[in-house]
Write a protein that binds this ligand. Structure first.
Ligand SMILES: NC(=O)C1=CN([C@@H]2O[C@H](COP(=O)(O)OP(=O)(O)OC[C@H]3O[C@@H](n4cnc5c(N)ncnc54)[C@H](OP(=O)(O)O)[C@@H]3O)[C@@H](O)[C@H]2O)C=CC1
Ligand SMILES: O=C(O)CCC(=O)C(=O)O
Length: 381
């Protein structure tokens, strides 16, 4: 745990709970970062490589993301070290949730992150026999299935449109390269195409595709439904690239929407896009952000660009104990308004203060978290 102790600072994390189960081989962690503005809320991820440090870093992003959209929840994230394609995934998920029955839903409500779907949110509710245990459940359970609806990706595309406007570009005809075609990536592609952008590259863990004249987004979306992960192998047209090369193709806009830490200082010096919109959490590191800023590349930070998920989760938190379903139209409208407003605000603040956009977004969020900590007597004496 020494790595996590090293991550602890005045903001958190307040609570790190590691759990395991010998019968299923389950190993996982819940990190509750800062609850000054409300209880722990954030997605649950399943990945064979997840680490305690990764989940703690993601939980910190959640603290800032909730504050950034000015909704009253605290930052939290959960991670299960397992392959989401494993036939044992349900048993592992159930064991994880059972082991955290003291935390869920009293201190933490689960949501969707990488590797988990609406059906998993339903399993979390089932395991604890509590409709309040998770959000992101299917419509048939009265939930707000924000991944299936593509709410986060929709917001990412709206952020791209707002940032393009600030940079004097229009999305119409702009070339976009995307990493990841999961819950966030596919919905971002769909909305970007609707807004007139040309998607020139996409990738999944199985490979990357590039066509400088534009990929057929409708075909890619249909293949995702038909072929799942193998969509890049099934697509006819374009040429395949080594994984990671999709980040560096000529394009006006780059949307990393898969993994964390994919753009370091070296990749940042080779990115060809004028705008980077962070669909994923933590795709860039601080050195990369400085390199991009120095090169005049506009970065819309994760906590701004992918905040559609928290806005939807906010609606879903309200609806957990209500017989009424949230109206998807109202959710999409709120996501669009909030993400656009925050994109413009953060880009302007960074320009005015001479900071990176991440520094500007975090400063705004910290101001709100600090105010709550002060009111609750949580600041150091
Ligand atoms: N879901 C949400 O509402 C939110 C998600 N996020 C963040 O967005 C990111 C993506 O999450 P989400 O879309 O939910 O996850 P999913 O599990 O739905 O999709 C992940 C996608 O990334 C692809 N991928 C995995 N590894 C690589 C790789 N090495 N190179 C290229 N693509 C890869 C996967 O491919 P394959 O299918 O082949 O495995 C898949 O297409 C994460 O950082 C998450 O934290 C942020 C806010 C909200
Ligand atoms: O809080 C949620 O339910 C999902 C949002 C999330 O995990 C994220 O924005 O990364």
């Amino acid at each position: 745990m020494s790595d996590v102790l090293a991550l602890m600072d005045e903001w958190g994390p307040e609570r790190v709970v590691c759990v395991s189960d010998s019968r299923t081989g389950m190993k996982g962690v819940l990190v509750i970062d800062n609850t000054a503005r409300g209880m722990g809320k954030g997605g649950m991820r399943m990945s064979p490589t997840v680490t305690v440090t990764e989940v703690a870093r993601l939980a910190r992003v959640m603290t800032y993301k909730w504050a950034g959209v000015d909704l009253f929840f605290g930052g939290a994230k959960a991670g299960i070290a397992a392959d989401p394609r494993s036939p044992d995934r349900e048993a592992v998920l159930r064991a994880f949730v059972r082991a955290l029955s003291q935390e869920i839903p009293r201190r933490y409500v689960a949501g969707l992150d990488m590797g988990l779907t609406e059906r998993d949110a339903a399993i979390v509710q089932d395991e604890l026999d509590d409709r309040g245990a998770a959000v992101g459940t299917p419509h048939a359970l009265g939930g707000m299935p924000y991944d299936a609806l593509g709410v986060t990706g929709h917001g990412v595309a709206e952020a791209a449109d707002a940032a393009a406007g600030e940079a004097g570009l229009t999305l119409s005809g702009a070339r976009v390269a995307l990493q990841g075609f999961g819950a966030v990536g596919h919905a971002a592609a769909r909305r970007l195409a609707e807004l007139g952008a040309t998607i020139v590259a996409v990738s999944t863990a199985h490979g990357a595709l590039h066509d400088p004249d534009g990929l057929d987004v409708a075909r890619l979306l249909a293949l995702r439904d038909e072929a799942g992960d193998a969509l890049v192998k099934e697509y006819r047209g374009g040429r395949t690239l080594d994984l990671g090369a999709e980040l560096l193709v000529p394009a006006e806009i780059l949307v990393p929407a898969a993994l964390q830490d994919v753009i370091g200082a070296d990749a940042a010096s080779r990115v060809r896009a004028r705008i980077v919109v962070e669909g994923a959490n933590l795709p860039t590191d601080p050195a990369a952000r400085r390199v991009l800023a120095a090169r005049g590349v506009t970065v819309v930070p994760d906590l701004v660009a992918n905040a559609g998920g928290v806005v939807a989760a906010g609606f879903a938190m309200d609806a957990r104990h209500s017989p009424f379903r949230p109206d998807p139209g109202a959710v999409f409208a709120a996501v669009s308004a909030k993400v656009r407003e925050n994109t413009v605000r953060v880009l302007a603040a960074a320009r005015d203060q001479g900071t990176t956009t991440h520094e500007a977004a975090v400063a705004l969020a910290q101001e709100r978290v600090r105010a709550a900590m002060e009111l609750k007597g949580r600041l150091p004496r």
